[in-house]
Design a binder for this molecule. Structure first.
Ligand code: AMP
Length: 187
């Protein structure tokens, strides 16, 4: 029986998660779930989720866990996720990771791979400054990095302890990063 592929992309903002997740979702027919994109769209459309999330996203803080849990649960159970999925930007806290673990116990035939894209801070700041998104001013970028090390680095430790973490050097040409990721998915 073919297993559903589940990929979790970790790594700091600007590590290339979004670009790689988009490419791999097309290559392997996986649903790309970017919580950042979902929140930005909700904010632009002024939905109730967007109104609750807006001030956090603008400051570069994480939105409260509770705002995303139902959304993730609903999306992973939806028909487009049947073949497999890539989570890009979730989980970002240990409670989110624990929630996801419990949720995934309901998916018996899924194989999970957690990928950490490693990129040095100064390269990240350079990359993000050239991207010009509203939450990409230098102060906010540095704040988002601080939040990443405080809240999301423990998520790396969480998956490392379970033996499911793959670290990939993200400071290379995008096609070389994609090739490494493809090997991990096919292994
Ligand atoms: P991203 O595009 O993944 O860098 O996310 C942009 C912003 O959305 C973050 O700075 C947070 O404010 C918010 N966000 C995205 N994903 C999460 C998450 N899993 N938990 C909390 N906040 C999130």
């Amino acid at each position: 029986m073919t297993q559903t592929i589940g990929l979790i992309f970790l790594g700091p903002p600007g590590s290339g998660k979004g670009t790689q997740a988009q490419l791999l979702s097309e290559l392997f027919g996986l649903l790309h779930i970017s919580t950042g994109d979902i929140l930005r769209k909700a904010i632009a459309q002024k939905t109730p989720l967007g109104e609750k999330a807006q001030s956090y996203v603008e400051r570069g803080d994480l939105v409260p866990d509770q705002l995303l849990l139902d959304l993730i649960s609903h999306t992973l159970k939806s028909p487009p996720a049947k073949q497999g999925w890539i989570l890009d930007g979730f989980p970002r806290t240990v409670p989110q990771a624990i929630f996801l673990d419990e949720l995934l116990q309901q998916f018996k035939d899924s194989s999970l791979r957690v990928i950490d894209l490693e990129v040095p801070d100064e390269i990240i700041v350079e990359r993000l400054l050239s991207r010009k998104r509203e939450d990409d001013s230098e102060d906010i970028i540095r704040h988002r990095l601080t939040v990443y090390y405080q809240k999301t680095a423990p998520v790396l430790d969480y998956y490392r302890a379970k033996g499911s973490l793959h670290s990939v050097d993200g400071n290379r040409q995008p096609q070389d990063v994609t090739a490494s990721l493809q090997e991990i998915i096919k292994a």
